[in-house]
Design a protein around this ligand. Structure first.
Ligand SMILES: Cc1cc2nc3c(=O)[nH]c(=O)nc-3n(C[C@H](O)[C@H](O)[C@H](O)COP(=O)(O)OP(=O)(O)OC[C@H]3O[C@@H](n4cnc5c(N)ncnc54)[C@H](O)[C@@H]3O)c2cc1C
Ligand SMILES: NC(=O)c1ccc[n+]([C@@H]2O[C@H](COP(=O)([O-])OP(=O)(O)OC[C@H]3O[C@@H](n4cnc5c(N)ncnc54)[C@H](O)[C@@H]3O)[C@@H](O)[C@H]2O)c1
Length: 472
């Protein structure tokens, strides 16, 4: 049988793989995209979209609660929220995404993709058939990641929920035990608690939620969780799990001798890159972790330079927008290299991965951060000065109701007077973050930022206060 030949073959049609395909086609190349589950990926069906659909009602309810004179008619109607969630994930039907790929135009191939030597990808379809795709210029691995389940005795056998079950929830468990303290654990704990998981217990191995962020972020989120009735316990390692009756109650034992009985366990303990069973060994790449790439997203282990890896699978920033950013860079680099054009222009390296990746954790309060934390900036050798300010003290916050509060912090390179990172923790800060992202990535000097006047009375006036704190 003849191979199907394309300029570029992409393995994985998550948000990142789809973006690479769009970009190489825009650059005049042909592309095939291989997907073995749903085009749209984890983000669309089990990640960003359904989690936010489950969180927004809670955030809106909190907003209403802050405003004297407004009142909710009753508790959140979980059934209505779940029905709306199902709409946002198109009832897990990917027709529209497949059509979007075909409209590029690119070729969509359903099946499991596996490298089979240089520039060749074998696709095994569910009916047992195997076809081969050949790439003239590049193969792009965009296989994403899967949830990691800690190796705790009895945990796997107890069938814990991961993000997949949690975001697909049909019946909210009344008693929920949560392992982990990162974005998945925090967002899903709060979403499920707001929808009826009245006894939600977070078992946190360390001493903070969201430990990779500024310490005050996790502290403010933990305070909000506790005030709303979520039981957050720090310094708890789960040592053993028992579920004697499948589907029945589950008991978690901690190193401190506690026993927590729950209806379900949710694990939010990080991700494993999608490197298994994709034939990397056939091209001489042996990894048990993310695929290492250079700034143009080219896999460093393949000397001939035809293999690229974008999105969660390269472990740089496990975020949809950062993966799609890498995909734009990668697609444009491939097109430039295929045309024999310069491949080192400023838009052809993923510099924001290191310098200024923004992230919003959509809890109440929201945690919005970009760039380096203070400790990261110090570890990287910068001369650091920081400024902080209470969000509740700006006029824009006061008009948003009673108890609209939080904290903001900028991390500044004191030598160059540019912002290295910023964190805003308060309700509804997500859309304010882009201002910090611009300051960090464009390295706008503080003396220039001084002329970017925030309108009155908005929460973005926090910028003015932070710059004043710095001495401007
Ligand atoms: C609960 C949760 C909430 C999140 N919320 C946010 C958020 O609010 N904002 C944000 O930016 N990020 C969020 N993320 C992270 C985001 O989902 C990921 O960063 C994003 O999905 C990565 O995209 P990707 O295309 O690299 O991988 P994926 O979305 O995982 O897509 C990979 C695709 O490749 C396919 N695939 C894998 N192997 C093969 C193979 N061998 N052959 C064929 N196809 C294959 C998979 O089926 C999948 O469709 C969240 C994650 C979780 C778990
Ligand atoms: N809003 C968002 O942007 C958003 C939302 C959800 C997920 N995500 C992304 O998805 C990725 C996965 O999120 P995550 O929260 O699963 O991972 P994470 O790596 O951010 O956090 C993992 C958490 O699990 C804990 N943990 C790890 N192993 C453990 C063990 N054996 N026992 C107990 N605790 C353990 C860690 O201490 C940490 O608190 C992240 O990179 C995140 O950025 C983003």
């Amino acid at each position: 049988m003849e191979d199907d030949v394309f300029d570029v073959v992409v393995i994985g049609a998550g948000p990142v793989g789809m973006t690479v395909a769009a970009r190489v086609v825009r650059g005049g190349l042909s592309a095939a995209v291989v997907e073995d589950r749903l085009a749209g990926g984890e983000c669309e069906y089990y990640g960003c979209i359904p989690s936010k659909a489950l969180l927004w009602p809670m955030e809106l309810a909190a907003e209403v609660g802050r405003m004297p004179g407004l009142q909710l008619r009753g508790p959140i109607d979980a059934a209505a929220v779940l029905a709306r969630r199902d709409e946002t994930v198109s009832h897990r039907n990917d027709d529209h995404e497949v059509q979007a790929i075909e409209k590029l135009p690119a070729t969509f191939v359903r099946g499991h993709g596996r490298l089979a030597g240089p520039r060749r990808v074998e696709v095994a379809s569910s009916d047992g058939g195997v076809g081969t795709l050949r790439a003239r210029h590049a193969v792009v691995v965009a296989t994403g990641s899967t949830p990691a389940v800690p190796d705790v005795p009895g945990l796997a056998a107890a069938h814990p929920w991961t993000n997949q079950e949690a975001t697909s929830v049909q019946r909210v468990p009344q008693r929920l035990a949560v392992i982990g303290a990162g974005p998945v654990a925090c967002e899903m704990s709060q979403a499920l608690h707001s929808l009826g998981a009245r006894e939600t217990t977070m078992l946190v191995r360390g001493e903070r939620l969201l430990a990779a962020m500024e310490p005050f972020a996790g502290d403010l989120v933990a305070r909000s969780f506790r005030e709303s009735g979520i039981d957050v316990r720090f310094g708890r390692s789960v040592t053993r799990v028992e579920r004697p009756v499948p589907g029945g109650p589950v008991t978690l034992h901690t190193g401190r001798g506690e026993q927590i009985v729950a209806d379900e366990i949710l694990v939010g303990a990080g991700r494993r890159p999608g490197v298994d069973d994709i034939g990397l060994d056939t091209v001489g790449v042996r990894v048990d972790g993310p695929i290492q790439v250079d700034g143009s997203l080219r896999a460093t282990a393949v000397a001939e330079g035809w293999l690229y890896a974008v999105g969660d699978v390269n472990g740089r920033n496990l975020l949809t927008h950062m993966g799609k950013y890498q995909a734009r860079v990668c697609g444009d680099v491939i097109a430039a290299r295929a045309a024999g054009a310069r491949d080192d222009g400023p838009a052809l390296r993923a510099t924001a991965d290191d310098r200024g990746a923004p992230q919003v954790v959509f809890t109440e309060p929201q945690v919005s951060m970009v760039g380096r934390t203070e400790s990261r900036a110090r570890a990287d050798g910068f001369t650091v000065r920081t400024v902080e300010y209470d969000v509740g003290d700006v006029a824009g916050a006061m008009v948003r109701g009673v108890g609209f509060s939080g904290r903001a912090k900028l991390v500044v390179d004191a030598d160059r007077r540019v912002v290295l990172g910023g964190t805003f923790v308060a309700p509804d800060t997500a859309d304010m973050l882009h201002s910090v992202t611009i300051a960090v990535n464009a390295e706008v000097p503080l003396d220039q930022l001084w002329h970017a006047v925030p309108p009155f009375p908005t929460v973005s006036e926090i910028w003015l206060r932070l710059l004043e704190q710095y001495g401007l």
